[in-house]
Design a binder for this molecule. Structure first.
Ligand code: LLP
Length: 431
C-alpha cells in the first residue's frame, strides 16, 4: 500500500511506523520530527551483504555513504552489521572514529580534501584515501612521508557514463568536478603518477556515476569500462589493481511508481558482468566495494509535521502549511524532489484532497506541490515518506530554526538518537 511495507495503518486509522503510531510520536517528541525504522536500515545492510555472498563469493564490502545520514548511532549499527563507510569530510570521519568504528573500513573521499583531514585519516589508519586530483596526489604523498606512513589509495575515475538522474547528482560524466576523466587520458596519467609516489600504494580504482538510479544497466556498463581500464593498466605498467569501487547511487521508492529493483539485483547483474569480463580479459576478478547511501537509510525514514494552517485560493490551489520547512528538508527546493505525503491522522481515509504543502520559513518553500492526501484539518499530522537519506544530513538553521531530533523505532519501542536543538543551542556558538 505504501512505498515501503513497514508502514501501516492501525485501528484508529493512524499511520504507524515499525508498529508505533505516528500521531503518538508527534505527541511525545513534538514536530517537526525525523523518525527512522531501525529494522529497515538493518535489512538493507543485510541484503547488500547477502548479495555479495550469493553472487560474488563474498569478495566485497558495502561501505555506507555517510553523507546520506551521519550520527554516532548510525556508525554503531553499521559496525554491528559488518559494513564499512565512506566519509567525505573531517566531520564525518571524526564522528565515525568517536564511536570506535574500525578505521580500516573507512574510506576518505572529497574533491578538495584539506591537509588536516588527510592527516586525521592517516593518523587513525583509514583503509583508503580516494584521490580526486593531481595536487591531492602530491599532498597525500607528502603528508604520508611526514607521518612516516604508507597511504593506501584509490584513483577516482570519471567513466563517462551518463546516468539517468537529476543533473546535480550526476557525477560520472566528463563535465564533473569529481575525479579523473577516462576519455582524455587524465585517469591514465593519474595512475602513472600514483605509481611513482613512494609513500602511496595504489590498491583500487573508484567511480560513482550518480544517485537515485533506478535501473542496473548503467552500473553494468560502468563495471565493464572499469575492468577494461584495469586491464589497460596491467598491460602498460605490469601493475595489478585488485580492488574496484563502483560507488553508490541505487535508487529507492519515493513514489509508488519509482518501482525500484530489489537491492540484490544490482550485485546479481554487476557480478555476472564482472566475472564474464574478467575471464575474457584474463585478469583477476576484483574485490568489490560499493557505496550505497540513500538505499540503506532512505526508505527507513519519515518526516512528521503538524498542520498549522490551511489556505484555499479559489480556483488556484490550497496551501497546507506545516511546522517544518526547507530547513529540515531542502531536497524539494534544491532538486524538485518528490515524496509521497500521507495524512497520518486520517491514514485510513482516501487520499483525494489536492494540497500544496508549504513550509514555515520566510519564503516560498513548497515542500510538495499539488499532492493528494486525505482531507486535512488543522492539527493533523502529515508524514513525508522515504526521508531517511539526505534530509537530516542536509538540514540547516535557516530562519534560526532549531534542527529536529531523530527518533529510532525498533520493536515497537522508540529512542532518541540525535537530540533536537533548543533555542539555547542556537546561541551556543554566538560570541
Ligand atoms: N559514493 C560517492 C562517491 C558519492 O558521491 C555518493 C553520493 C555516494 C557514494 C552515495 O550515493 P547514494 O547511494 O546515496 O545515491 N544530496 C543528494 C544526493 C547527493 C549524492 C552525492 N553523492 C540528494 O539529496 O539526492
Amino acid at each position: 500500500m505504501w512505498v515501503n511495507d513497514t508502514l501501516n495503518v492501525n485501528e484508529k486509522g493512524h499511520l504507524t511506523i515499525g508498529g508505533v503510531d505516528c500521531t503518538e510520536l508527534a505527541k511525545e517528541y513534538g514536530t517537526p520530527l525525523y523518525v527512522m525504522d531501525e529494522d529497515v536500515i538493518v535489512q538493507a545492510c543485510r541484503s547488500y551483504k547477502k548479495s555479495f555472498e550469493k553472487y560474488y563469493n563474498g569478495k566485497g564490502l558495502p561501505l555506507f555513504a555517510s553523507k546520506a545520514f551521519c550520527c554516532k548511532e548510525m556508525y554503531r549499527i553499521l559496525a554491528q552489521e559488518g559494513l564499512g563507510a565512506d566519509v567525505v569530510s573531517g566531520g564525518e570521519l571524526y564522528t565515525a572514529l568517536s564511536v570506535g568504528f574500525p578505521a580500516e573500513n573507512l574510506h576518505l573521499h572529497g574533491n578538495n580534501k584539506k591537509p588536516e583531514e588527510v592527516k586525521l585519516a592517516l593518523q587513525n589508519g583509514v583503509g583508503k584515501i580516494v584521490i580526486d586530483n593531481f595536487p591531492e596526489l602530491e599532498m597525500v604523498d607528502q603528508i604520508a612521508a611526514k607521518l612516516n606512513k604508507t597511504a593506501h589509495i584509490s584513483i577516482r575515475v570519471k567513466p563517462g557514463v551518463d546516468a539517468h538522474t537529476h543533473d546535480f547528482i550526476k557525477t560520472g560524466k566528463i563535465d564533473s568536478k569529481f575525479g579523473f576523466a577516462l576519455e582524455t587520458g587524465e585517469a591514465f596519467k593519474a595512475v602513472e603518477q600514483a605509481l611513482l609516489c613512494k609513500n602511496l600504494v595504489l590498491d583500487e580504482l573508484h567511480c560513482h556515476i550518480g544517485s537515485q538510479i533506478l535501473d542496473t544497466e548503467p552500473f553494468v556498463t560502468t563495471a565493464e569500462i572499469m575492468l577494461d581500464f584495469i586491464y589497460e593498466i596491467q598491460t602498460k605498467f605490469n601493475y595489478k589493481i585488485t580492488q574496484l569501487n563502483l560507488g553508490g547511487g541505487f535508487g529507492i521508492n519515493y513514489k509508488q511508481e519509482d518501482n525500484r529493483p530489489p537491492f540484490d539485483s544490482y550485485m546479481e547483474a554487476v557480478s555476472a558482468a564482472l566475472q564474464a569480463k574478467a575471464s575474457a580479459l584474463n585478469i583477476v576478478v576484483p574485490y568489490i566495494f560499493i557505496e550505497p547511501g540513500r538505499s540503506i537509510v532512505g526508505e527507513s525514514g519519515i518526516n512528521l509535521y503538524t498542520i498549522g494552517a490551511i489556505k484555499e485560493i479559489p480556483g488556484i490551489r490550497t496551501y497546507v502549511s506545516v511546522d517544518g520547512s526547507m530547513a529540515d528538508n531542502i531536497r524539494p527546493a534544491l532538486y524538485g524532489a518528490e515524496y509521497t505525503v500521507v495524512n497520518a491522522t486520517q491514514a485510513a481515509n482516501s487520499a483525494d484532497f489536492k494540497a500544496t504543502i508549504s513550509g514555515k520559513t520566510c519564503e516560498t518553500d513548497t515542500l510538495q506541490e499539488n499532492t493528494l492526501i486525505a482531507k486535512p484539518a488543522v492539527g493533523d499530522i502529515l508524514a513525508f515518506l522515504s526521508t531517511g537519506a539526505y534530509t537530516q544530513s542536509m538540514a540547516s538553521n535557516y530562519n534560526r530554526t532549531p534542527r529536529p531530533p531523530v527518533i529510532m523505532v525498533k520493536d515497537g519501542k522508540t529512542r532518541v538518537v540525535v537530540k533536537g536543538e533548543t533555542y539555547e543551542d542556537l546561541l551556543k556558538l554566538d560570541v
